[in-house]
Design a binder for this molecule. Sequence first.
Ligand SMILES: Cc1ncc(COP(=O)(O)O)c(C=O)c1O
Length: 406
Amino acid sequence: MQSVGYWGVRIGMGAAVELNATRGAPHGASEVPWWRTSFGQEEIQRLQEAIRAEHISQGPVTAQFETRMAEALHVPYAVATTSGSVALLMALMALGVGRDDEVILPNRTFIATAHAVLLAGASVVLVDVRPDIPVMDISRLRQKITPRTKAIIPVHLNGRAVDLEAVQSVAREYHLHVIEDACQALFSRSAAGFLGTQSDAGCFSLGMNKLMSTGQGGLIVTRNPETYERLKLIRSHGVTDTFVATYRQIGCNFKFTDLMASVGLVQLTRVPARIAHVTAIYSKYTAAEMPFLRWIPVEVSKGELPLYAEARCRDRKDLVEFLGSQGIQTRPFLPDLHLSPHLHNGGVFPNSKPFGEEGLYLPCGPEQPLENIDRVIEALRLYGRRSCGSSSWGRQNSPSAVPVPL
Ligand SMILES: Cc1ncc(COP(=O)(O)O)c(C=O)c1O
C-alpha cells in the first residue's frame, strides 16, 4: 500500500517505512531513502487489542495517550488531534485569534504554519530568520507589530530552540499570545524545558516524517486550564457531551482516534532509542568535513534534537543529481513563504533566501541504518573529488564553530 506525504514523496507502508522513490541504485545496491521510520509487531498487537475492545474512534485509548504525552512533556494538559496543521488552527481558535487579527511568523517554516493563520481568518505577517540558522530573527520582531497584531508563532525548525524568553518579553509588552510551532521539535529541549511547552500553547506533529508517528496526527499542549477546555470543545463541534449536545461554540470534527492512539502509545516507548539514533546520525554527518557543504547547526549539547540532516550546498542541483545517480535520495528545502502569492504582503527577507536556494535534506530518520549514513558520506566524498571544489566554501564550518555570514 502507498500513500503520498506532504513532502511530495511516496510512502511505502510496511514494518519498516521509507519515504522512498523507485529510481535504482547503481551496481544493484539498494536505494538509500531520505527518511526511514518503522512500525513493528507491538503496534500491530496494540491495534488488534483496540479493535477487539471496540476502541475505534476517540475514546479511552486517546485519553490514555494524551495523559502519557502530557507526562512525558511535563505539562498538565495535552489534546490529540488529526495533524500538526490542525493543532495550530485549534490553538489559534482557542486563543481567540481570528478576523482582523495579524499573526507574526517566520518566513522559513512549513507552509502549514501560515495556512493555519489564514484558515483562522487572520492575516499572516512574515519576519525574516537569523543568518546562521533558519529560525525567527527576534531582533526584527518589534518592527512587525501593529495595533492588529494578536499573536506570535515562533517555529522551532528541526528541533532548534527559538529564544522564547526574548519572544515572551515582546509578547508581554504588547499583550500578544505566543503559540509555539514545535511540529519538528517533539522532545527537543532548551534550558527552560521541552520546546513547545513554555507558552500559551505548543503544537506538535505526529506525521510520518517525525520522531514518533501515528500515521497522521497532532498534539496541542498548554498549561492553562481554560485553553484546555476550549481546545476540547473546538475539537468536537463545540459540544462536551455528544449525547446531550449543547452547541457552546464554533468547532469542527478534529477528533483523534483510538486506533491512532494505540500506535502512538507504542511509538512513545521507542522515543529514547530514537533520540539517541537521530543524534548519532547528526554526529556522523557533522564529523565529516565537506568543503562544498555547510551543515546547518543544531545545538545538540544543549538538548536540541536534530530530527533532519540539513545542509547547504551552493550547487545544490548538481549535488542532488549526483547523489541520485548513486541511489541516494535527498529533498530540497521548501521555498520561502513570501514566494507564495497568497502570503506575500511586503517586506524583504535576505537571510531566508540562501536557505531556500541552497538547503537540502540528506538521508536521515529514526530507523535509518547508520551504514546508510556511511554510504552517503562516501558518496559525498566522491562528489567532492569530482567537483574539484568548484562550489567550495573554503574552510568547512562545524556546527560548533561560529557561523560565517555569507
Ligand atoms: C514546522 C511545521 N509546522 C507544521 C507542520 C504541520 O504538521 P502536519 O504535517 O502534521 O499537519 C509541519 C509538518 O511537517 C511542520 O514541519
